[in-house]
Design a binder for this molecule. Structure first.
Ligand code: SF4
Ligand code: MG
Length: 323
């Protein structure tokens, strides 16, 4: 039941007002050991905030996160440091995440210096060399600076830096969005490969359902801070239940399928500062009914899938058509 809101100060001519932006609004999900869960949605849906909450990078407004039964908190203490070693984040923008003045080999080694004081310098060098080999970087790449590398190589450095601690959970925040499509495919294949070899639990955030389909087994679809559908990726692709998921799936090009089957939604998602009443998707939903404006649908589980939509969960005329 995780929530996170941010205060926005709006300065007007006569007074300044404080509004609350609900970035994440009461979401619940679990990730099984060894599983990769995708989180998909448009920008501003709360997926990156969810990623940062999971690792305790920012505190939750309410609700909680448990990692192997232990509560994850954003308070930096001994407990946080111990857990942090097992939970690592892979960021979207390697240029922003890397220090331009430091050779990448040292940046890959740095987490070991922080989290593994038990290791000797020689042990650290061995681990760095191992992880660089795994990630497809050559030994001499270690002495390079970030600007001397390609975008794909920099993203490999970021992944190597996360992997060097041998974490149990990796959270990826749009790790391939900044890359060219051909490089995207290389990095995704590499991730699949590493996961098959060493096995880790993952949460993979992306706006791109195609990418999620390649990399994840389950997917949570987010809209305005809430999960609207969650379940097995292939089931959802074959048979999306929520109208928003249907639109997302229809936008993924499939060879042989006519472009006319694409569902085009009106406009952009509304701002998370002014979340629409009732079902937050009602302002764009092709199947909207009068009830949808006033009653908020809960996420209801049906057959291994959970969906938050009146049409799916209560298709009876009394619920929908009567008004
Ligand atoms: Fe559309 Fe209504 Fe379902 Fe919301 S509850 S997704 S508005 S049909
Ligand atoms: Mg984001």
């Amino acid at each position: 039941n995780l929530s996170r809101s941010f205060k926005l100060r709006q300065r007007g001519l006569l007074f300044s007002a404080t509004k609350r932006l609900k970035a994440v609004d009461g979401i619940s999900f679990n990730v099984a050991p060894g599983e990769m869960l995708g989180i998909v949605g448009e920008s501003g849906c709360g997926k990156s905030t969810t990623a940062r909450l999971l690792l305790g990078h920012i505190p939750a407004s309410s609700g909680e996160i448990r990692f192997g039964g232990e509560r994850v908190s954003a308070r930096v203490d001994a407990n946080w440091r111990r857990m942090r070693r097992h939970m690592q984040m892979v960021y979207q923008d390697p240029l922003a995440a890397l220090d331009p003045r430091i050779p990448v080999g040292y940046q890959i080694e740095e987490p070991l210096i922080v989290h593994r004081p038990d290791l000797s310098a020689a042990d650290r060098k061995t681990l760095v060399a191992d992880v660089m080999r795994q990630i497809g970087l050559l030994a001499h790449h270690g002495s390079r600076y970030p600007h001397e590398m390609s975008g794909g190589q920099r993203q490999r450095v970021i992944i190597a830096r996360a992997l060097v601690l041998d974490p149990e959970l990796l959270v990826f925040d749009e790790p391939v969005s900044a890359l060219d499509v051909s490089v995207q495919a290389q990095v995704l294949n590499l991730l699949e490969d590493i996961r098959a070899r060493i096995g880790f639990t993952g949460v993979f955030v992306s706006h791109d359902l195609k990418v999620i389909r390649q990399i994840a087994e389950r997917v949570a679809v987010m809209y305005l801070g809430r999960i609207v559908e969650i379940g097995n990726v292939e089931d959802i692709f074959a048979n999306p239940a929520h109208p928003y998921t249907r639109a997302l799936v229809s936008a993924v090009p499939v060879p042989g399928r006519s472009r006319r089957s694409r569902i085009v939604l009106n406009g952009d998602p509304p701002s998370a500062v002014n979340v629409p009443s009732g079902c937050p998707f009602h302002t764009r939903c092709p199947q909207m009914r009068a009830t949808c404006r006033s009653i908020r649908p809960n996420l209801v589980e049906t057959g291994g899938r959970a969906v938050a939509c009146h049409l799916v969960n209560d298709p009876s005329p009394s619920g929908i058509e009567a008004i």
